[in-house]
Design a protein around this ligand. Structure first.
Ligand SMILES: [Zn+2]
Length: 261
């Protein structure tokens, strides 16, 4: 997957993009379409540069469009638009018949995507949120993250190690994959609202929520509603993320004094 396929494009991830972003592919009309949902597939060219594509345009650019289903999806905890359910659309009408080798390959691809997603969430996407909990960036993952940045891939042994870290009892529930995805999604949405807002009071309020999110790695349903951001119906409900033991030590002292709700 690190080798360039026909046309030189490598599928890297599905991610949030700025709503003003245009698709890199050019249609017959030579007009670039945008991304009203704020999500795109990111493909890497032979020179290592990354560009956003719509789903159909990404398929058209790839020699093996099925590889799109194997990329880490950082948008999974966004609200699912009714019209966009690619997995359902791709399923054949009848039951799927696959030989064991194919099933194993699909399982490995899914594990690889899950491991890369967890690695990148902890070391890059959530770690880069301003004023975020310092516990997010994990020293034990520095080497494999540097290796992933260099090569665009991780070895099977590292896939198993990363998934074991994610599931380990010593990993706090707020630092597990689903909650980090919720944090990243809420961060993106709050930043969009802050960028679009013209009211000083509203911007101040949204920034205070954003700071809360960065410090505690959760938002309450009341905070989400007050911010007016639409999230996945199960956002911030992962097992173990609430309760006194869930609060990371660095934030525990400020939990009561800094309460917004
Ligand atoms: Zn396009």
């Amino acid at each position: 997957m690190t080798q360039a396929h026909d046309g030189g494009w490598i599928p890297v991830r599905k991610d949030f993009v700025d709503p003003a972003t245009r698709c890199h592919a050019r249609g017959a009309s030579r007009r670039h379409h945008g991304f009203p949902e704020g999500q795109a597939y990111i493909l890497r060219d032979a020179a290592g540069h990354e560009y956003p594509f719509g789903e159909d345009c990404a398929r058209a650019a790839l020699a093996q469009p099925a590889l799109l289903r194997q990329v880490p999806d950082y948008t999974e905890r966004d609200v699912v638009p009714r019209t966009a359910l690619p997995e359902l659309r791709e399923l054949p009408a009848g039951p799927r018949r696959r030989d064991p080798g194919q099933a194993r390959a699909a399982e490995h691809a899914a594990e690889r995507a899950a491991a890369i997603r967890y690695l990148v969430l902890r070391m890059e996407k959530v770690a880069a949120v301003p004023r975020v909990q310092p516990t997010v960036r994990f020293p034990a993952l520095e080497d494999v993250y540097a290796q992933y940045q260099r090569s665009g891939d991780i070895a099977p042994a590292q896939v198993r190690r990363i998934l074991a870290i994610e599931r380990s009892p010593s990993t706090p529930p707020r630092l597990r994959a689903t909650n980090l995805l919720d944090v990243y999604t809420a961060h993106v949405k709050l930043e969009r609202l802050i960028a679009a807002s013209t009211s000083v009071d509203n911007i101040r309020f949204l920034r205070s929520l954003h700071d809360w999110l960065a410090r505690h790695l959760v938002l309450t349903a009341a905070q989400l509603a007050a911010a007016g951001i639409a999230m996945h119906p199960q956002a911030f409900t992962s097992s173990g993320i609430w309760g006194p033991e869930a609060e990371p030590p660095a934030a525990a002292g400020r939990f009561q004094s800094g309460s917004l709700f």
